[in-house]
Design a protein around this ligand. Structure first.
Ligand code: AMP
Ligand code: GLY
Length: 424
């Protein structure tokens, strides 16, 4: 089959590598793609938020499957249009894209079917003294009800900051959610789903804060690893029974609107092992994909096409008995105002030593007119290690990252620390 991937991050590079190793894939296209995807696929420079550009490209290339990486095009309804044109799409239609596009829509469904999540209230009146803040204990969690590119959540101990976050959100969006703070450890479960079945991929853990020890501002994700030992087999069973199965049954019951794609279940696990949903996303996570896709040993072309055509129950999926870790290299001043355009050195390397492998997933990297690699985004690239143990995977990833030079770049030096702490 021929596949078109939409997106330009490390996630899309990881998907492209997976498809390029798949026996069932002939021609691979990525739009717009990045430096990494240009080496294994054909890049096409389009505006992914213009549905018509995606439709025209998919028809022109006559692809058998379109895989949507980021949420933006899904919330624009690109899946609905592709399906109407007879092109299978991995990624849900607009109705379900709202599970990510509107926190309130997701909360209402969770309430209706009894999925465990934080209590919340919606506010729509500006005030200098929101009573609700006396009802929930600090830290307060304020969530905008729109797609905010990872910047829609404020978690704060300060009443002043909470009130201003609430009022700012109401002013720009007309409403806001205030949510109970959930204590515990976070994990991500990527679930490939269609109306016939679902498959939980190995659980992973992202590192959302910029600095070591989970300090500093929230980011898109500074690194990840899988499988995450915090999700023990009994917790994974609870996630399936209490979250994934009810969600799958609910989505399946809406017969005219099949959910075909990945449901990203972000959970908080409390100290008794109870999982609660922090968020649903309607796509693969970034950087979770970089550590999850390499662990799939089955043909991912066949897997994705099956989900996109409602045939997931006909495929079996196997996984490598390996661990993986990815360490993100970010530009100076990421996440607020990344400085771009600086040269990158030492990135053209990979490791292959017995069963240990490590290589680069590109994201915001470009090649300038002199042929040099330069930074071109907030998250520039990540180094990913895959090995029999997590320790070896992390070491291999750092062996690459520590050799890369990019002026004033930032990376965390503690990726995987929660897994290592559990062993002590
Ligand atoms: P979200 O965009 O909903 O994933 O939120 C971004 C981050 O804020 C999450 O990954 C959590 O670290 C944190 N967060 C969101 N909601 C809560 C909550 N109810 N309790 C504790 N932390 C939260
Ligand atoms: N890594 C978090 C996300 O993809 O939303």
């Amino acid at each position: 089959m021929d596949i078109l991937i939409i997106g330009s991050g490390g996630r899309e590079h990881a998907l492209a590598i997976g498809f390029s190793e798949s026996d069932s894939v002939n021609n691979l296209h990525v739009a717009p793609g990045n430096v990494g995807t240009s080496k294994i696929a054909q890049n096409h420079n389009i505006d992914v938020l213009k549905t018509q550009e995606i439709l025209s490209l998919a028809s022109e290339l006559n692809v058998d499957l379109v895989v949507i990486g980021p949420e933006g095009p899904l919330v624009e309804g690109v899946a609905d249009h592709l399906i109407s044109s007879g092109i299978p799409c991995f990624g849900p239609t607009l109705k379900w894209a709202n599970l990510e596009g509107s926190k309130k829509f997701a909360k209402e469904i969770m309430e209706e079917i009894g999925i465990p999540t934080a209590n919340y209230e919606q506010l729509s009146e500006i005030s200098e003294n929101h009573e609700i803040l006396n009802k929930f204990n600090p830290p307060w969690v304020i969530k905008r009800d729109v797609l905010a590119g990872g910047k829609g959540v404020t978690v704060t101990q300060s009443k002043k900051i909470a009130i201003s976050a609430i009022n700012n959100a109401i002013e720009s969006d007309g409403r806001v959610l205030v949510e109970e703070y959930l204590e515990g450890e976070e994990a991500s479960i990527l679930v490939i789903m269609d109306e016939s079945d679902y498959i939980c991929l190995p659980p992973s853990q992202d590192h959302k804060r910029l600095k070591d020890g989970d300090e500093g501002p929230n980011t898109g994700g500074m690194g990840a690893y899988a499988p995450a030992p915090v999700v023990t087999s009994s917790i994974l069973r609870r996630v399936e029974e209490e979250i994934v199965q009810p969600m799958h049954s609910y989505l399946k019951s809406q017969k005219e609107f099949p959910y075909r794609g990945c449901l990203y279940v972000g959970i908080m696990i409390d100290n008794e092992g109870a999982p609660r949903v922090v968020e649903f996303n309607v796509r693969f996570g970034d950087p979770e994909t970089q550590v999850t896709v390499p662990l799939i040993s089955s043909d991912i072309g066949e897997l994705f096409l099956s989900a996109a055509t409602g045939n997931l129950s006909n495929v079996n999926v196997d996984f490598h008995n390996y661990s993986s870790a990815t360490v993100v290299l970010a530009s100076k001043n990421y996440p607020s105002k990344p400085i771009i355009g600086d040269k990158i050195y030492g990135n053209d390397v990979s490791i292959e030593e017995g069963e240990i492998r490590a290589f680069i997933h590109y994201a915001g990297t470009a090649i300038n007119d002199k042929g040099n690699y330069v930074s071109a985004g907030g998250r520039v690239l990540s180094a990913t290690g895959i090995a029999p143990t997590l320790t070896e995977a992390v070491e291999a990833a750092y062996q690459i990252i520590n050799n890369i030079e990019l002026k004033d770049s930032q990376h965390r030096s503690d990726i995987g620390f929660r897994a290592f702490e559990r062993r002590m």
